[in-house]
Design a protein around this ligand. Structure first.
Ligand code: ATP
Length: 458
């Protein structure tokens, strides 16, 4: 009996009420550390000292990433007017001439002659460039040089004679060159879109901010083919649809905004472009681009391949090159936004306030003590919950410590099995964000959690 009371006292003491108002993520280092500690993201090749700006997704990181991708894929391909695709990373080298990447995918670079640091000239203060003084060590900077961001490799066994190929710097081109294949095989009529998730590679000069800018990353791109003239309407629709997707991931509205590309910023192919930006601890930055690319891409591929890529509009009895509205989101960046936005610290407790659709685990089950009857009951509850949700159990350490561990990985609910459970078949369900605990019937658990998820508002 004393043991039972002590445990309860302990539980109360360690699951203390909020120490202060929850604070947002202030410093990326806190998130990097949490991600490493809790199995979300590890530095790549860490035992060899790591490799600059390459990261590995751990067991929970990959769950979160799969949830992000799954939500995007469903949002796109559940529509009748969007088809999926998975094109090869290696493509014919002419693709990159047609796309403009060979010629134009370059950043102006300056090097410091003293500390050997390299900077993007367009990201430095114009005064720094004019003075040719390194912002790090005040050494002399070189003149800006253009640097192509595509990774080159060779196709075939003999390097010298082999053709140079590139690792794709974006997934979009795989969609453009398959436009007619998809349209004809799926008997699609305009307007329709093609969605693809895949790796892209850019030899970025200044990668950094954790997984914000890396050299290997994943994109979630959708290219929507429309009749010229209807492009601006579709552009507007897709802007709103994409913003709503981020909001539905639970990202706070005040942390998201549109940024319109002015005439100076607009890419050579774009008729109109908006970025969806997120306010990171290091400022407002692009999360996704929505572009009206006109008929630039299909026009270029017609020219470079010599193949007609026109669409025959049966209703209007005319042939034309469709316009393209593109939505291009970073998968890793969406994941970073999910983590950064969910991060909370109240002076004592750290938790991830992840939306349940993204949380790696939806519920955790804790037997209060390692006693056979409690373990057995917990196992039964876990087995039931697992049928419906991705769930986990934790039997080690004080109950308070176990709550904290799950808080840090964003598990929305915790279910504790105690001695009362054995007699009256009720369990304690604890809410991650409010730390409120309720006593409910073990039988109703699945339904209870389902209902909470259906109308989730934190
Ligand atoms: P920037 O100007 O910042 O280099 P960009 O405008 O070239 O980026 P896009 O080509 O529009 O970026 O790429 C679409 C999306 O792909 C971006 O919104 C971003 O989410 C993601 N992305 C682009 N480059 C990287 C990278 N190096 N690392 C991670 N994600 C990236």
């Amino acid at each position: 009996m004393t043991e039972k009371l002590d445990e309860k006292e302990q539980q109360k003491a360690q699951d203390k009420p909020v120490a202060g108002p929850p604070q947002d993520l202030k410093d990326m280092a806190e998130l990097v550390s949490l991600c490493k500690r809790r199995g979300f993201v590890f530095p790549s090749s860490e035992i060899y000292g790591g490799i600059n700006a390459c990261w590995d997704y751990g067991p929970l990181g990959i769950e979160l990433k799969r949830n992000v991708k799954e939500r995007w894929w469903r949002a796109m391909t559940d529509r009748d007017d969007v088809e999926g695709l998975d094109a090869a990373i290696l493509m014919h080298p002419r693709v990159w001439e047609a796309s403009g990447h060979v010629e134009g995918f370059v950043d102006p670079l300056v090097d410091c002659k003293k500390c050997r640091n390299r900077f993007r000239a367009d990201k430095l203060d114009p005064a720094v460039i004019a003075a040719k003084k390194c912002p790090e060590c005040a050494g002399e900077l070189t003149e800006p040089r253009l640097f192509n961001l595509m990774f080159k490799t060779h196709m075939g066994p003999v390097e010298e004679s082999a053709a140079v190929v590139y690792l794709r710097p974006e997934t979009a081109q795989g969609i453009y060159v398959n436009f007619l294949n998809v349209q004809q095989s799926m008997r699609q009529r305009l307007p329709f879109g093609i969605a693809q998730i895949g790796k892209a590679f850019r030899n970025e000069i200044t990668p950094g901010n954790f997984i914000f800018r890396t050299r290997e990353f994943e994109q979630m791109e959708m290219q929507y083919f429309v009749k010229p003239g209807s492009d601006m309407d579709w552009f507007e629709k897709w802007k709103q649809t994409r913003m709503q997707w981020h909001l539905d991931n639970g990202i706070r509205k005040e942390k998201l905004r549109f940024h319109e590309h002015g005439p100076g910023e607009l890419a050579h192919y774009a008729k109109a472009a908006f970025d969806i930006e997120y306010e990171f601890p290091f400022g407002w930055q692009e999360l996704e681009g929505i572009h009206n690319r006109s008929d630039f891409d299909l026009g270029r591929h017609e020219k470079f391949s010599g193949k007609k890529l026109e669409y025959f509009d049966e209703a209007a009895k005319e042939r034309y090159l469709p316009y393209i509205v593109e939505t291009s989101a970073g998968c890793d960046r969406s994941l970073l936004v999910a983590l950064a936005d969910a991060y909370r610290f109240d002076g004592e407790r750290t938790w991830l306030s992840l939306h349940p659709v993204l949380a790696p685990y939806k519920v955790a089950v804790y037997p209060l003590m390692k006693k056979p009857d409690l373990l057995e009951y917990a196992d039964k509850v876990f087995g039931e919950l697992k049928k419906r949700f991705r769930a986990t159990t934790d039997e080690t350490g004080s109950i308070g410590k176990r709550y904290r561990r799950q808080d840090e990985i964003g598990t929305p609910f915790g279910v504790t099995i105690d001695y009362d459970t054995l007699t009256n078949h009720t369990v304690t369900i604890r809410h991650r964000d409010s730390m409120v605990q309720e006593r409910i019937s073990a039988e109703n658990l699945t339904r209870y959690i389902e209902e909470k998820f259906e109308k989730w508002n934190g």
